[in-house]
Write a protein that binds this ligand. Structure first.
Ligand SMILES: [Ca+2]
Ligand SMILES: [Ca+2]
Length: 637
């Protein structure tokens, strides 16, 4: 070997080190408990199975359909997914009414199909999290049938009550509790001659978690699926698990005059009871024990769905005694606490409040959408799609994307009354259904511009396809020069860098309508995200936000942006940035990708040269860069 390749090796190693972060030798610990675990910085992609991909032409999405598209997730850079319920169900609430917790819904496939899904996901490096619905079963579940028949051992599996006997001899429910889905939370059961509690539809009786046999039965369900190879659970409606056992009336809220509306009372006896936290901690222990017994698999995790107060959610992470609960109590603030007319201060406040309340040492999480709420393009307007994905994917911690949001899919609000299937929409009737229906955000995934958007060969799909699929679909977005999907995949790629995993975080409103946040890490180029939440173009002065005037390079910009990748925005003397209406931009300080271009050229030259030693070094460096575990202690969050 001559001197020249040696110099090349040296230069090359330096280049790679500078980019990979291994130059921070103090942070790299290969043998340490404190590292970033798979779930602490991943993107969880929520699949709504019924609408994702239909494999057998019956108009309903299914497991084989999902398996066939796992490569799409991998291509997008997604390595974790959570599936809405796939279990046997009469489908009154589209899978959230489960009649057998250990069986696959026949229209979604078989247990073998599920096992193939898990195997395929494993081979693609994708972890699968299942939806766990403990609060209620279906009224067709054998537990409920046995309980209604007072079969020994099952009498108290559900919450039963005689009701109140009126003077005229008629019976009424034991109290004024309402169902989340409208109407009394109590239903009379002719067979057992008692009322049973249902916080959701009457076909979803609440299980009685004060009964240890119920707790045991549900533990068995969790262990069953853990043994099938799932990486954890998203736990549905967890804060509804317990009700006050004195069954007192709830106080009136004064929000509505309609006594059948869920908003009629304040839910102090049916929601967020202290026992909920104990159950979450019980499940955490079950998961931790399973992970310890099966150390070859990943850390098994729990995500919890609760639209609850900040202090309660913080306690889910870890309570005052230090007992750990949910790995990721879902943070819904981008859904519930900011709206289309929110200004920059609202966003900054909502981000900061989560980080302030979250106990230290935990991973933040940000949910941008789900199957229960209008889509991003419909909540904030179609022009906001890229900016909201930039916000979601460049914040510290975990991001949760609902399927279709990577394309900017839109709600289909014009679904007819005849085609409406969502239970709360059907409950409120033809006049009001459009206001509450969740069908619009559940329409089939738009794969291409062919029949049924490539979702199904069927003549009729379970929900109509949004008619905008001819233009708005994955295939078109892959082919286009600029598209929401390309912005999304660029963001996912950017997330893999060390600074996105480890960088310190600061956020500020720059004006009423523009906010910016920065990820910083010593010796790294800072990453800055700037978002305009107004309908007007905004001229942004960054000088106060930056510690010193720097050269800023465009890393990622939206489809409507005036800028393009690699543009230099601010000269050394400071300057101004023009943000499109509802636009966002991700910048790097100094000269981010220019270094990457040089690296790319060098790598190409090396491979071309055919020098075995140099190529081996290249492979070694890439390997080290990808698999080095980095200390979690050094992270602010
Ligand atoms: Ca099907
Ligand atoms: Ca309950």
């Amino acid at each position: 070997m001559t001197i020249a390749p040696l110099i090349k090796i040296l230069l090359f190693s330096l280049l790679l080190q500078q980019e990979s972060g291994s130059v921070m030798s103090g942070l790299v610990k290969s043998e340490s408990e404190d590292f970033i675990d798979w779930w602490q910085h991943t993107v969880f992609y929520q699949i709504y199975p019924r609408s994702f991909k239909d494999s057998n032409g019956d108009g309903i999405g299914d497991l084989r359909g999902i398996t066939s598209q796992l490569q799409y997730l991998a291509d997008t850079g997604i390595s974790a997914t959570w599936l809405s319920p796939i279990f046997q169900s009469p489908m009154v609430d589209f899978g959230y009414d489960i009649s057998d917790y250990k069986a696959i819904q026949p229209e979604y496939g078989t247990m073998q199909d599920f096992e193939e899904l898990i195997d395929t996901a494993y081979n693609l490096g994708i972890k699968v999290v299942l939806d766990f619905v403990p609060n209620h079963s279906s009224d067709k579940h054998e537990w409920f049938l046995k309980s209604a028949a007072k079969e020994p051992g099952y009498e108290d599996f559900y919450v039963w009550h005689d009701g109140l006997l009126q003077d005229n001899g008629t019976r009424s429910p034991p109290n004024n509790w309402q169902s989340v889905f409208y109407g009394s939370a109590w239903e009379w059961h002719e067979g057992r001659q008692q009322y049973y509690l249902h916080q959701f539809t009457k076909e979803q009786p609440d299980l009685n978690f004060r009964n240890p046999k119920v707790v045991q039965a549900m533990d068995n369900v969790l262990l069953f699926w853990l043994n099938k190879g799932v990486a954890g659970f998203r736990i549905d409606a967890v804060n509804h698990l317990f009700e006050d056992d004195t069954l007192q009336d709830e106080p009136l809220s004064a929000k509505t005059q309609d006594p059948l509306s869920y908003d009629y009372t304040r839910h102090i006896y049916t929601k967020d009871l202290p026992e909920v936290l104990q159950m979450v901690q019980h499940w955490r222990k079950l998961l931790d024990d399973f992970s310890a017994k099966h150390p070859k698999g990943p850390t098994r995790i729990m995500m919890t769905e609760a639209y609850a107060g900040l202090t309660q959610l913080a306690d889910y992470y870890e309570d005052v005694s230090g007992t750990k609960g949910s790995h990721l109590p879902f943070n819904f603030h981008f859904i519930t606490d900011v709206k289309g007319d929110s200004d920059a201060r609202d966003y900054v406040y909502n981000v900061e409040k989560w980080l302030i309340y979250m106990p230290r040492g935990h991973a933040a999480n940000w949910v941008m959408g789900n199957h229960d709420n209008p889509r991003v393009a419909s909540r904030f307007g179609p022009a906001s799609v890229d900016a909201m994905n930039m916000l979601l994917l460049t914040l510290p911690g975990v991001a949760v994307t609902y399927n279709g949001e990577e394309l900017g899919m839109q709600d289909y609000r014009e679904i007819s009354w005849e085609d409406t299937v969502d239970p709360p929409a059907k409950n409120v009737g033809e006049e009001l259904y459009k206001e509450v229906s969740r069908d619009p955000e559940r329409t089939p995934f738009q794969w291409n511009n062919k029949k049924n958007a490539g979702f199904s060969d069927s003549s009729k799909t379970w929900l109509p396809v949004h008619p905008n699929y001819l233009e708005l679909n994955l295939e078109a977005q892959k082919a286009a020069n600029k598209s929401h999907y390309k912005v999304y995949t660029d963001l996912i790629e950017l997330r893999k860098s060390a600074i996105m995993r480890l960088g310190r975080f600061d956020i500020e409103p720059l004006s009423r309508w523009v906010f910016a946040f920065k990820r910083e890490y010593p010796n790294f180029e800072s990453i800055i995200t700037i978002i305009n939440v107004s309908d007007e173009e905004q001229l942004v002065d960054l000088s106060e936000f930056l510690s010193q005037p720097k050269k800023l390079v465009v890393e990622i910009c939206g489809v409507d942006s005036n800028y393009k990748y690699g543009d230099i925005i601010l000269g050394d003397g400071g300057g101004q940035l023009n943000l499109a209406p509802r636009g966002g931009i991700v910048l790097s300080e100094r000269s981010g990708r220019i270094m990457s271009e040089r690296r790319r050229t060098l790598v190409k030259q090396l491979v071309k040269s055919g020098n075995v030693v140099l190529v081996a070094l290249l492979v070694y460096n890439l390997w080290r860069h990808k698999w080095t575990k980095v200390s979690f202690n050094q992270q602010r969050f």
